[in-house]
Design a protein around this ligand. Structure first.
Ligand SMILES: NC(=O)c1ccc[n+]([C@@H]2O[C@H](COP(=O)([O-])OP(=O)(O)OC[C@H]3O[C@@H](n4cnc5c(N)ncnc54)[C@H](OP(=O)(O)O)[C@@H]3O)[C@@H](O)[C@H]2O)c1
Length: 333
């Protein structure tokens, strides 16, 4: 099968289009013929070598963390899916590889594709939707009437998280630049801060939850908008000790992680705020819940651009430029 392969870690290093064997299917997996693959900054960060400690992959590696396509083979222990099912998924870590014609995915990580979406739209959903779900539902336990500040509302995670937070009944504030104000308002944002001309600390007060996706400076500033008892959840680091335990990190990695997040954890604690890092995980049952919300018209995908498969490297570079409005997808079939 054709696939985009990372041969060596390196900043901005191009993936190689290669002919690779179809990975062997395990008993608890379905083989998905990839019709479209979502592009995520995680692909770029792995390529650049930024995740070597947390996700020690053996190279060569096929990148790609989001897929929409059709089931063409099922493992002997698979019960919920059959040949021909239209599905989508965020494959598990160490089993990624959607920048390819086929990818095996664990049954427990797959869900039926929302009926009304094109494959390109469906491929744009899993990773960012699960991130938003795991941050707002699992970690934050966001409730009706609460106030949440979702940074970068016009990005992949932001466009989904705003809609999910509104569905949960929260008041949503977000940051974006002037050109994207109409977009984030159309998704339901109640308060929009233009990060280029305004400081969000001067506009937002006494929030219950912040979903941080920006740099360390923004993370620290976020403490100022939270009330006592509030929750600061970061998806852009630094990782916290709980995360190190979750991934079964070595003593050395645990120590590094503890040190990396010591400052923000101390500052948060002194203000009565909890800090936690989220690294999203594959989860088919949560994705099924997300399918229901999309089918019901509660949440819609926001697709910025679709690239042909041959242009996967260009698609990654486009996303890395940081200006995407919603998601970037590669059409494979
Ligand atoms: N830990 C996890 O599980 C996890 C999961 C998903 C993503 N992430 C991380 O979360 C971050 C965001 O991911 P993403 O896919 O949503 O990114 P993205 O789609 O590339 O975000 C692009 C958007 O960010 C906006 N933006 C850029 N700089 C901004 C700033 N300073 N303030 C507010 N908005 C700004 C841009 O709007 P303008 O053009 O208007 O500037 C653009 O619309 C990345 O670091 C990613 O790696 C982590």
């Amino acid at each position: 099968m054709k696939a985009f392969v990372l041969d060596r870690y390196g900043k901005q290093r191009a993936l190689r289009l290669a002919d690779m064997p179809i990975p062997e299917l395990r008993d608890d997996e379905v083989l998905v013929e990839v019709h479209a693959a979502g592009v995520n900054l995680l692909d770029s960060k792995i390529r650049d070598g930024e995740f070597k400690l947390i996700l020690p992959y053996h190279l060569p590696l096929i990148l790609g963390h989001d897929v929409a396509g059709v089931v063409v083979k099922v493992g002997s222990r698979v019960r919920q899916f059959k040949l021909g099912d239209e599905v989508y998924a965020r494959p598990d870590d160490f089993r990624i590889g959607t920048f390819a014609e086929f990818v095996p995915v664990k049954e427990a990580s797959v869900a039926l594709k929302p009926k009304g979406l094109t494959v390109e739209e469906a491929a744009s959903i899993p990773l960012v939707a699960l991130t938003a779900w795991q941050a707002l539902v699992e970690k934050a336990n966001l409730k009706k009437g609460q106030r949440v500040f979702i940074q970068a509302g016009s990005g992949g995670v932001g466009t989904f998280a705003i809609q999910l937070a509104k569905h949960l009944g929260a008041t949503v504030a977000t940051t974006t630049s002037a050109t994207n104000v109409a977009l984030v308002k159309s998704l339901g944002a109640d308060v929009v801060v233009d990060y280029k001309t305004q400081d969000f600390r001067e506009v937002l007060r006494d929030y219950d939850v912040v979903l941080n996706s920006q740099d360390g400076k923004t993370l620290e500033k976020s403490l100022r908008v939270l009330k006592r008892g509030g929750k600061l959840i970061s998806i852009s680091g630094p990782p916290d000790p709980e995360f190190a335990v979750e991934i079964g990190a070595s003593g050395f990695v645990k120590l590094v992680v503890r040190l990396l997040s010591a400052g923000i954890r101390r500052k948060a604690k002194s203000r009565g705020i909890s800090y936690s890092f989220l690294f999203m995980k594959a989860n088919g049952s949560q994705l099924q819940e997300i399918t229901r919300l999309i089918d019901a018209g509660v949440i819609r995908p926001v697709l910025d651009r679709v690239f042909p498969f041959e242009s996967t490297n260009e698609a990654m570079h486009y996303l890395e430029a940081g200006r995407a409005k919603g998601k970037v997808v590669v059409k494979v079939k």
